[in-house]
Design a protein around this ligand. Sequence first.
Ligand SMILES: NC(=O)c1ccc[n+]([C@@H]2O[C@H](COP(=O)([O-])OP(=O)(O)OC[C@H]3O[C@@H](n4cnc5c(N)ncnc54)[C@H](O)[C@@H]3O)[C@@H](O)[C@H]2O)c1
Length: 419
Amino acid sequence: MVITVFGLGFVGLTTALGFAEYGHEVYGVEINQNRLDTIKSGKLPFLEPGLDEALKRHIDGRFHPISTSELGYAVAQSDCVYYCVGTPYGKDGQADITYLLAAIDQTVESVNDERFRVLVVKSTIPPSTTEQKIIPYLGSKGIIPGEQYGVANNPEFLREGHCWDDFIKADRIVLGVSDNKSEAVIRSIYASQSMPVFCVSLNTGEFIKYLSNTLLATLISYSNEMSVIADTIGGIDIVQAFRILHLDKRWGGCDMASYVYPGCGYGGYCLPKDTNALYSVTKTAGFDAQILKNVIDTNDAMPRYIVDRIQKVIGVSDKSVKIGILGLSFKPGSDDVRDAPSAKIIAKLIESGYNNVLGYDPVANDEFKAHYSLKMSYYTDYAKLLEDADTLVIATAWPEFKDIHQRTDKPVIDCRFML
Ligand SMILES: NC(=O)c1ccc[n+]([C@@H]2O[C@H](COP(=O)([O-])OP(=O)(O)OC[C@H]3O[C@@H](n4cnc5c(N)ncnc54)[C@H](O)[C@@H]3O)[C@@H](O)[C@H]2O)c1
């Protein structure tokens, strides 16, 4: 089968290489020229263990990274077009589907033949988006889904830092479809694989992705609120309490348990925007979802609470104190800084008058500097930061911070409860 994949970010590059690994011929389209050139040279544009090997295996074979100028040839060959472009925060927390609609435009404008193709959305879009926005959009161009084009979704559940493994060893494949012809085409992509494939309605496919992400966000906000409750009451060892909670054999020990643990609030590209988007789409549909609302509010309140914790340690009067922020990426094992809690904490510290913020991350300094214009100094040497800072704040749970108490006797505020 021949497949075109739009967007070579975390999801798109993994999907394109994963389909190549299954034995399909894959064209990967990317509009960011730097990103495309990096991929063409056989290198990853971000840190993602395992994906580098897959890129080396397929770059001169079944995987063809291309620019939009080569799109016509790629789409003409393709049975399926996958969309893995960003769906960022839009107005009032809604998902912004501008990139998705632009990529759909580029697809339908690139060919002029009678061949049946399936347009598959892998980007995360709120339930009802395909039915209420994408199909009418295609309709406005004279395209009736099910005839020349099929329309479907195939949400992605991978975790950054584990993209390749999560894709190749996916526990389930969800296909949101509305016609048999499209279902047959997408099923054949996965025909050589052993994971179960579930075909559901378009809205159900979209909903399952949000069911998953909002559950994770809820577990995190629950844990964070519990840590604030414990801190407010006092005399409670939060780390010990959560570790003992995890011994419950009904669910302790499973991977999901890692989400039932306090920290700085959830961040990264998905959980913040997806919880907001589901809340927003539901509110527009007439229901004000209270659990989701509180999950979001709890998360939004975390940076303020953490800055209060820092101020309790350093005192509010001396604003020139040097505060060392350890970890800038949104989670360890990744250089992704999108919606990183560290950025919100630093912004709040600066807003509160602290003008000596020092930051260190083992891999994400450059990304962070490029993404945020925060007035702070960057350190590439962890030992030097320990030497220069007066107070240390662990904002990302990188394993190298584990022995910090053996390396310094300065105050450490462990916002990840990792020590
Ligand atoms: N990152 C994750 O962990 C994750 C997991 C599951 C689902 N998702 C969802 O997958 C989607 C993509 O996420 P991501 O993290 O891979 O985003 P990303 O920002 O890393 O990648 C998106 C890429 O699409 C490219 N692009 C945009 N418009 C294009 C066009 N018209 N033609 C070609 N390329 C184009 C961008 O330049 C970018 O490189 C989002 O909807 C996200 O919510 C992400």
